[in-house]
Design a protein around this ligand. Sequence first.
Ligand code: ADP
Ligand code: MG
Length: 315
Amino acid sequence: LGGDTSGESVTTFYRYDKKKKLGEGAFAEVFKAQLVVPRKHGTAEDYAKVVNEDGTFRYNDLQKSSDMRQDVQYALKIIDRSKVEDMNDITREVAIMHVLSHPNIIQLYEVFYEPKTVTLVMELVSGGELFDRIVDKGSYSEKDAAGVVAQLCSALGYMHDKNIVHRDLKPENLLYALPAPDETLKLADFGLARTMAQGGQMMKTACGTPGYVAPEILANKGYDSPAVDMWSVGVILYIMLCGFPPFYEPELPALFDSILKARYDFPSPWWDEISDGAKNLVKGCLIVKPDKRLTAKQVLDNAWVQGEAPATILA
Ligand code: ADP
Ligand code: MG
């Protein structure tokens, strides 16, 4: 993999060696990889193509990959073109990741378009999913949960400023950089992300994972703003604090109904010891009307997030 992939003369300037498989999605596999041949400078055609959202493409200017090193490992997301119905979904994911550069967002370095695959070369993380840590721990201390929310909302504030909405926030898509407890959290999987049109209106597309999805998406109101991500922040925070989801019904119609009405509570005994600061933050995110919901910036400024959250873990 590497070099000029446009056709006739395939020259390999550098190569990523696939190592261990890290994960799998519906149409992609993710591998750990090592850069084995250092890149040389050449003509523009030597570099990977970067496709813009409008379908035009240019060659990777290497700005983001200039610091790529041979002793660093990368993550390769190898997308199988034959499993992809609409290539626009891939070019959109690439275009969105390409404009994002933030400590709490998985960095995209470069992209290879080859006849059977599209390969995204990304920052590798090794700390696993927030999902698994919640499962292992049962629940988070308020302080640790506040730390997760702060990192998540730092990424979201940055994205939302660029009119980019993730739309699939859940603990499976939040990855820890390293295995230690207080590690940096990184937002991953921009497969459902969208750029909002000017004026804030977006196309209607059902998306997301039922338990985390905002009411306005279920109601098909015809717009989803950055507020859809903030609803998911509320759901994730709730789960971290008590270990179970705010909206849970075995049948989908009943689940949708409770989400549409924001019908949830803080049941005893699990929530008895949890501070009002934490509960108020959950409440501020799980508001049916998107324009009344807290923004990422407001959550970052929240006193509980800023440090008043107690460090005790509840039994
Ligand atoms: P899909 O869009 O198919 O869901 P994801 O981008 O979510 O694919 O990747 C699938 C899985 O691969 C993730 O849940 C995660 O476990 C792993 N993974 C993805 N990106 C990385 C990365 N940069 N570093 C380490 N593991 C990753
Ligand atoms: Mg995923």
